[in-house]
Ligand binder design. Structure first.
Ligand code: ACM
Length: 661
């Protein structure tokens, strides 16, 4: 009997379904099965059914990535053993349907989809399934049915504030595809630069870019690269505000006399296109006409945000124009401008898209509202018949945590009260990487892995929202993204070595991992940044989210060990601080880091010994924690919070009443 039970137990252990891989985004349905598919060097892929060049290219890239992930040379797509280990079957053409079905069994895997995009998405899922196992690399047996919750899952990249070379855009497109994002919103113009070649109006890129712009050939290269990965490219050309660059090239289009020069600071500026001038619309017809030919997407984003109206208010000519038409506010003038722009776009076969501010009931229902101000305005426009997407809550430059972005849902808040028909107008959202404080060197660490949290919010079913699970899976995605050439992890040490003037950066790394850059608009409030300010400080190396703080051990012994190490960190870092001007600002922070850690050590000792700390100790530690919580060098010490918890707990200890023996 006992032997029988033992046998059953062993059988159950052997036959138990392998643990589900850490898929991100979580598929709609995952049914684990028994066993696993071994991935060895005979692995090969066969493609049947509808042949699209993208599916063949994607299969070939998947093999290259599998080879990188496993470190094993693999035969290229189409060669290798037969029967193929992965059979791909695309039913037919089409550009909408992203659904797919992936079955992995010990004898082989099968990926099928109605259209090519589904194959592309399913190949990413397959790659995520491959893990090292005791008998080799393998993919656990499973049947996955999957499709996106939202059709619009975007990432905005701002190439205007800091110009980003093509390879930066490309590797981020690879990252987007890996987490099934499908729209690159490319912010190409702003006050600080005009970043695209315009052949019919060459002054734009010549006079307003510092020579940093994309040629049309390069733009086409990016569009093709993105399309190959199932990603649409939507350009944004800001108007009538955020237009200093345009007005630097064409001052005669402005609402106040020029000349203008490229803006070097960050913020909201006065130069605004003059909606009352007919030559403005002739200019836009030429410009948008050429751009409509360059970008195949049906939408062109015209910005439209943050028009401060100062030039309009100050212009007698514009005021007379408004008075004549009975308009009393600038929003009416902007709506007039938008109507004219919309007409021009329509003539060139395009639909208009813009930030919340473009919303006005006079505009036709085929425009798309991009909400950066909240679900409320998204819901309000959906109620009035307009389609929209959400970016409020998805601003990666705000340095919020992945968990923060993760809990933002386009269908929450006011949108939850919409009718199903109105809700269907909410197409999805976009994570936004505004580039005031990023460079080609740092941008990957601001986008990844946090953008993957937004990607999952927009792909996976609404009920998938466990942050602990997200973080576990983000770690795997963050690792895999490095195989794609993203530098969100590997970029850190070179930056630290620059800061320290040395390759021994262990102590600096300990500090940098315990801090976070100031959040929201914290950096802009210091006010002295320009396009030329070096972004080479500790704050630029610091990750948006401190893993050291988030993963601070609950176990007291582990916590004490870690804190004890940190308490000696300042002494280890001091030689580097003495050596490098870049680290001078870090000295008080480093001192406080170690002092806070020491406070934590002492608090744990009081707790473990159940000895009540003296009031003077308590007062001193709380004062230290208050000081250490304040931002310095534009970072905050993220470990203050867990240490404060320990100190406060120690402060609540009641001395045990001694009993007579
Ligand atoms: C925006 O952040 N002004 C779109």
């Amino acid at each position: 009997m006992l032997a029988m039970m033992r046998l059953l137990l062993i059988a159950a252990l052997v036959l138990r379904a392998a643990p589900a891989a850490d898929y991100l985004p979580v598929p709609v349905s995952v049914a684990p099965a028994q066993g696993s598919l071994i991935i060895d060097q005979s692995f090969s892929v066969a493609i049947t059914g509808y042949q699209d060049p993208r599916t063949r290219a994607a299969a070939s890239r998947m093999l290259d990535r599998l080879s990188a992930k496993t470190g094993m040379p693999l035969p290229s797509a189409g060669r290798g053993s037969s029967p193929a280990a992965l059979r791909i079957e695309c039913a037919g053409p089409g550009e909408q349907d992203e659904s797919y079905r992936l079955e992995i069994a010990p004898g082989g895997a099968r990926l099928s989809a109605p259209q090519p995009l589904g194959i592309l998405r399913g190949l990413e899922t397959f790659l995520q399934a491959v893990e090292p196992a005791p008998r080799g690399f393998s993919a656990a047996a499973v049947t996955i049915e999957d499709r996106p919750r939202f059709v619009w899952r975007g990432l905005l990249i701002d190439s205007a504030r800091h110009f980003l070379p093509l390879e930066v855009i490309k590797r981020n497109l690879d990252g987007m595809a890996a987490v099934k994002m499908n729209v690159l919103h490319w912010h190409l113009t702003d006050d600080q630069g005009f970043r695209v070649e315009v052949k019919s109006l060459p002054r734009l890129h010549q006079a307003a870019s510092d020579g940093l712009y994309y040629t049309q050939e390069q733009i086409r290269e990016i569009i093709a690269y993105a399309r190959d990965r199932g990603i649409r490219v939507i350009p944004e050309f800001e108007m009538p505000g955020h237009a200093t660059a345009i007005l630097t090239a064409f001052p005669e289009l402005a609402s106040a006399p020029g000349p203008y020069t490229l803006e070097r600071r960050w913020g909201i500026f006065d130069p605004t296109i003059d909606p009352t001038r007919e030559e403005v619309y002739r200019f836009l017809d030429t410009f948008l006409g050429e751009m409509s030919g360059l970008f195949p997407e049906p939408y062109i984003h015209i910005g439209g945000d943050e028009v401060n109206g100062k030039q309009w208010n100050a212009s007698p000519r514009i005021q007379a124009f408004m008075k004549q038409r009975g308009w009393t506010d600038n929003h009416a003038l902007q709506a007039y401008f938008n109507q004219r722009v919309q007409g021009i776009l329509k003539k060139h076969g395009k639909r208009m898209m813009g930030w919340d501010e473009i919303f006005h009931p006079s505009l036709p229902k085929d425009i798309l509202i991009h909400s950066w101000r909240g679900q409320k305005s998204l819901a309000a426009s959906a109620r009035q018949g307009y389609q929209g997407i959400l970016s409020f809550g998805y601003y990666l430059d705000h340095m919020q945590t992945a968990a923060f972005h993760y809990q933002v849902d386009p269908m929450a808040g006011d949108a939850a009260a919409l009718t199903p028909e109105e809700q269907a107008r909410i197409l999805g959202g976009e994570a936004c990487m505004w580039a005031e404080y990023v460079t080609p060197e740092t941008i990957d660490s601001r986008i990844w892995p946090r953008a993957a949290a937004v990607a999952e919010r927009l792909w996976s079913p609404a009920h998938v929202k466990d942050a602990a699970s997200l973080y576990r899976r983000l770690d795997g995605v963050a690792r895999d993204l490095e195989w794609l050439g993203l530098r969100h992890r590997s970029g850190l040490r070179p930056m630290l070595q620059r800061l320290a003037g040395s390759s021994d950066v262990d102590a600096l790394e300990v500090l940098v991992r315990a801090v976070e850059p100031v959040k929201l608009y914290g950096r802009s409030s210091s006010g002295d940044y320009t396009s030329f300010t070096p972004l080479n400080r500790l704050v630029d190396a610091a990750r948006p989210e401190s893993d050291a703080a988030r993963e601070f051990p609950r176990d007291r012994r582990q916590a004490r060990e870690r804190l004890a190490r940190w308490s000696g960190n300042h002494a280890r870092l001091t030689p580097a601080i003495d050596r490098s001007f870049l680290l001078a600002e870090v000295r008080p922070l480093s001192e406080d880091f170690s002092a806070v850690a020491q406070a934590g050590v002492e608090a744990i000792d009081f707790l473990v010994n159940r000895r009540r700390p003296p009031q003077a100790w308590l007062d001193a530690q709380l004062a230290l924690l208050d000081r250490a919580a304040r931002p310095r060098a534009e970072v905050t010490l993220a470990i203050v919070a867990p240490v404060r918890t320990l100190v406060e707990e120690a402060g609540r200890i009641r001395e045990r009443v001694r009993r007579a023996p």
